[in-house]
Ligand binder design. Structure first.
Ligand SMILES: NC(=O)c1ccc[n+]([C@@H]2O[C@H](COP(=O)([O-])OP(=O)(O)OC[C@H]3O[C@@H](n4cnc5c(N)ncnc54)[C@H](OP(=O)(O)O)[C@@H]3O)[C@@H](O)[C@H]2O)c1
Length: 214
């Protein structure tokens, strides 16, 4: 499939590499893609990878992944062109983080709203599925931990879209828990904060969540 990734940072590069290695065509994007900052990534990916504007990437993607800093998500969607999202699966990896100097990030919204819900409102004709937001980018693809595959929690309103995301996640080596409709983002985003705080306290990003069942 054509996977269009809005973003050029750690998440975009990690997921782009993962999807390309599975044989998908992957396009990453930036506000100014000619910066050359993805030269090494492009060299590594080879013919399955490219790097364009947000609009070109949203047009290209049969599946679109949002891997943009929260403060820029609405702008990225506008630059991409809302019409290019119509009917498509949109995988939302974002966390609504607010950054301040010398402090741990905090959540910009919560309890009665979330990034996932905001994105579904901004893209009413897209099928938004939240995924990959509770793990650091180094372990998004092929997460190897001593106790077996960790769990990624997903949510979204469209069952078929969630099935496709679940297949991608299985291909990447994840256990998957469907947490319900997109309002469950209200709980998955604070879970990401827990992951981030643990990373700050331990100085490591080698941890992941796993749902244990009997
Ligand atoms: N890093 C992780 O391990 C991790 C894990 C889980 C979830 N997440 C979430 O995934 C998302 C991506 O994280 P990241 O660490 O890869 O990168 P990031 O630094 O959070 O975001 C980088 C991307 O955001 C874009 N961006 C920033 N401001 C923008 C604006 N005003 N308008 C349009 N685009 C803008 C940048 O575009 P340009 O290329 O044009 O500069 C860049 O492509 C974030 O929401 C983050 O919270 C991150």
């Amino acid at each position: 499939m054509n996977i269009g990734i809005l973003g050029s940072g750690n998440v975009a590069q990690a997921l782009g590499r993962g999807f390309a290695h599975l044989g998908h065509e992957v396009m990453l994007s930036s506000r100014i893609p000619e910066q050359g900052k993805l030269a090494n990534w492009l060299k590594d990916i080879g013919k399955n990878g490219s790097y364009e504007t947000f609009a070109d990437t949203a047009t290209f993607g049969e599946v679109i992944i949002l891997a943009v800093r929260w403060s820029g998500v609405e702008n990225a969607i506008q630059l991409a062109g809302i019409e290019h999202f119509k009917g498509k699966l949109v995988i939302d990896c974002t966390n609504p983080l607010r950054f301040a100097a010398n402090q741990a990030p905090t959540l910009d919204l919560g309890h009665s709203d979330s990034a996932g819900e905001s994105i579904q409102r901004w893209l009413p004709d897209a099928r938004v599925v939240k995924a990959f937001n509770t793990i650091g980018s180094p372990h998004m693809v092929n997460p190897v931990f001593p106790d077996g595959p960790p769990t990624t929690f997903i949510c979204g309103n469209d069952a078929v879209a969630k099935e496709l995301v679940t297949r991608f996640l299985y291909d990447f080596g994840w256990g998957v828990v469907d947490s319900g409709d997109i309002t469950a983002s209200r709980y998955l985003e604070p879970l990401a904060m827990l992951w981030i705080l643990y990373a700050i306290h331990t100085g490591s990003s080698d941890h992941a969540f796993k749902l244990l069942r009997k």
